[in-house]
Design a protein around this ligand. Structure first.
Ligand code: AMP
Ligand code: ZN
Length: 450
């Protein structure tokens, strides 16, 4: 396989250390609101990564975390904990907020037909590991204490700027005026925050004699170390993670344990909507529920996402989503037709190898889709397409067929007897089941209407 690696800034050959245990860590959502379609893109691309690895014969061991504490509204360790903010907004406890939005996220995750991670880890279940990690960093002299927490001194970690190619001098210069806290360097970050006097922070634990909670970056380092061990094979996230979140995870992991954290770091790009950034103030935040209310299934959206490469900038609009929905309908109907054809078992010689080779080359799903459009596929080819992309193209065809075939035969019989009223009634009955009948030279076949 080939995959982009942010460590080297190029596409490289990927081989896991242990093919029977490919260790992947995916930064998951902060569970204080519904996921919007931008958030969901990354999980769709990493689903393709996992499926591609598995079809190449590897066994994937993948951890996804859920951030239910410590992610502040500002990346500069200022502002409010997002969970506390959600709790205030909805007049609920942080625990209720976390549980509610975890359920919502998992529902979205499953409706997109995404392969379940080996384990899904809640940040608050790893507080002991967090404390151990903070302890190691303190012991090794990488931290200092301020009034509001324990900070990582980034000037002590030599390669801090390399991962994101940060220009630290400029960063430092630009922020000198704004640097009002006790931070020594602008890039320093909290590994542990203390609950301030009078601050309402329901999720807190005692450490160093005070109530506090882990910094956001810490949970990913602690969880991935505890569950998978370093080095990971691949660490994934969105491009926004490169300059701060992942840069800081690397600093924590490599300072504490003295080993490489992950061999590959792969990030997906952001989508815009009608050319604009996704933001509350522009009112362009769409969830899967919003798409459903406009008649789009989660899998139509998944197909739209996979039509573009994970590293490209993407612009979302409803015309393009409509086109993606039509493409999926066309594919489902090709499957339906193949399913009803006598030649459904004649597989194309090298179709499966070809699309697997395309996606194995840095997840080139758009090229693989072009291949699907250009080929005349047998049922087993479509089954392979489903294994690779999880678009549910084949799943329902056998059931539909066994249900509607008797109706189609009854309609044929009615027409032969010139009983057109009955024939029309059956046609309407089929339409209610989202099925239409197509008369072909080989006889009538069923197709999906939508
Ligand atoms: P959050 O739960 O708010 O931390 O968001 C989770 C992740 O979703 C972010 O860190 C990004 O990697 C990703 N994300 C947010 N907005 C977009 C977008 N417009 N396009 C793609 N990914 C996004
Ligand atoms: Zn993370």
């Amino acid at each position: 396989m080939r995959l982009y690696n942010q460590l080297t800034k190029k596409v490289e050959n990927f081989k896991p250390l242990d093919p029977a245990n490919v260790k992947i860590y995916t930064c998951g959502p902060t569970v204080y609101s519904f996921a919007h379609i931008g958030n969901l893109c990354s999980y769709i691309y990493w689903d393709l990564l996992v499926r591609t690895l598995e079809l190449n014969g590897y066994k994937v061991n993948r951890i996804l975390n859920l951030t239910d504490v410590g992610h502040l509204t500002s990346d500069a360790d200022e502002g409010e904990d997002k969970l506390e903010k959600g709790a205030r907004r909805e007049g609920k406890s942080v625990f209720e907020i976390a549980n509610f939005y975890i359920d919502a996220f998992l529902k979205d995750f499953r409706s997109l037909n995404l392969v379940e991670p080996t384990k899904i880890c809640r940040a608050t279940d790893y507080i002991e590991q967090d404390k151990e990690l903070v302890g190691l960093l303190r012991e090794k002299g990488f931290t200092y204490e301020t009034a509001d927490g324990i900070y990582f001194d980034t000037s002590r970690f030599e390669k801090y700027a390399d991962f994101a190619r940060l220009d630290l001098e400029n960063l430092q210069g630009g922020a000198r005026v704004a640097l009002s806290s006790e931070k020594r360097n602008v890039s320093d970050f909290a590994v542990w925050k203390y609950v301030k006097d009078g601050e309402d922070h329901a999720m807190n634990w005692e450490y160093n004699g005070r109530a506090g909670y882990p910094g956001w970056h810490l949970e990913c380092t602690a969880i991935s170390h505890a569950e998978l061990g370093f080095p990971l094979d691949i660490h994934t996230g969105g491009i926004d993670h490169i300059p701060i979140h992942h840069t800081n995870e690397i600093a924590e992991a490599e300072a504490a344990y003295g080993v490489l954290m992950s061999r590959f770091w792969t990030h997906c790009n952001f989508i815009t909507i009608d050319g604009e950034k996704i933001s509350k103030s522009l009112g362009n935040i769409f969830t899967l529920t919003d798409l459903a209310s406009r008649g789009f299934s989660p899998l139509d959206f998944k197909l739209w996402v996979l039509q573009g490469h994970y590293q490209g900038t993407r612009n979302f609009n409803f015309d393009d989503l409509t086109a993606a929905k039509s493409r999926r309908l066309k594919w489902r109907n090709l499957v339906a037709r193949t399913y009803q054809s006598a030649e459904k078992e004649n597989s194309q010689n090298d179709f499966k190898e070809k699309i697997l080779e395309l996606v194995s080359n840095n997840l080139s799903s758009p090229e693989a889709f072009a291949e699907i459009d250009g080929a005349d596929l047998a049922l087993s080819d479509w089954q392979f397409v489903d294994k690779l992309f999880g678009l549910d193209l084949v799943a329902t065809s056998p059931d539909v067929s066994s249900e509607v075939m008797p109706l189609i035969e009854a309609r044929e019989a009615a027409r032969e007897e010139k009983d057109f009223a009955t024939a029309d009634k059956i046609r309407d009955e089929l339409a209610a089941k989202n099925i239409t009948i197509l008369d072909t030279p080989a006889g009538p076949i069923w197709q999906y209407l939508a």
